[in-house]
Design a protein around this ligand. Structure first.
Ligand code: SAM
Length: 216
């Protein structure tokens, strides 16, 4: 896949990194992030959310950012020079990343990743602003890919928007997406629409789903 496919609507890396994690997401989402265990940040980009979740860690935590664009890994390293972000090509590389002190950056597309070993399955997944960059006909397989990454009963936060999309972006029908989420093995709690926080001057309003993985 090309870089162009992913970067519609992108802000500068600096502006992106300036968002305060506590302002970006609703309190209920923040409260559902465990402080230890395995946390994944899907479509981690330059790593803003992975770094914020790593900063909140207490105890034995492994944060795994997943993104297909290896150029984003290098941007993450440049944006957060104080963090030890480790490039990973597969789950075996991830298994060698040091919990607490390092962050894993796994290069790959969720829908094509093999199932992780059970000790690397997620206790929580953040998946923010990724769906709009996937063709509609890949949503189903993407959601099933998310299911494969999770431990039973873990929470997944799914954020997308349906307005003010660039031509290259995909418009999701929330009702259809909800059915696809149920079909992929999630229960869904649809949260109130969430406005883009400062420093944004964008009028984005996000759809936020807090989902729970049901054992298959
Ligand atoms: C707009 S950025 C979102 C960055 C960040 N999550 C946020 O909320 O600001 C979308 C990211 O999704 C990534 N992405 C696209 N397709 C993906 C896939 N199939 N699996 C994982 N990440 C993907 C892109 O490379 C890009 O970094």
């Amino acid at each position: 896949m090309t870089q162009k496919k992913y970067d519609g609507g992108a802000q500068s890396r600096k502006a992106h990194a300036q968002y305060r994690f506590e302002d970006i997401y609703p309190a209920r989402m923040l409260a559902s992030i465990p402080k230890q265990g395995i946390i994944m940040d899907i479509g981690t980009g330059v790593g803003r959310d992975a770094v914020a979740m790593h900063d909140r860690a207490k105890g034995n935590l492994l944060v795994i950012g997943i993104d297909p664009d290896e150029a984003n890994y290098r941007k993450a390293v440049a944006t957060y020079p104080d963090k030890d972000i480790v490039l990973c090509r597969d789950w075996n590389d991830v298994a060698h990343v040091k919990r607490n002190s390092q962050i894993a950056y796994l290069v790959g597309e969720v829908q094509k990743l093999p199932e992780p070993p059970s000790k690397l399955k997620a206790d929580f997944i953040n998946c923010s602003a990724v769906l709009m960059f996937l063709p509609l006909d890949e949503h189903d397989v993407f959601l099933k890919g998310l299911q494969r990454l999770t431990k039973p009963y873990s929470d997944i936060f799914l954020r997308f928007r349906t307005e003010m999309l660039k031509d290259s972006m995909t418009k999701t029908d929330p009702a259809h997406l909800s059915r696809q989420c149920l079909n992929a093995g999630f229960t869904i709690d649809v949260m109130p629409r969430f406005p883009d926080p400062p420093p944004s001057n964008r009028d984005f309003k996000w759809h936020d789903y807090l989902m729970t993985a049901i054992p298959k």
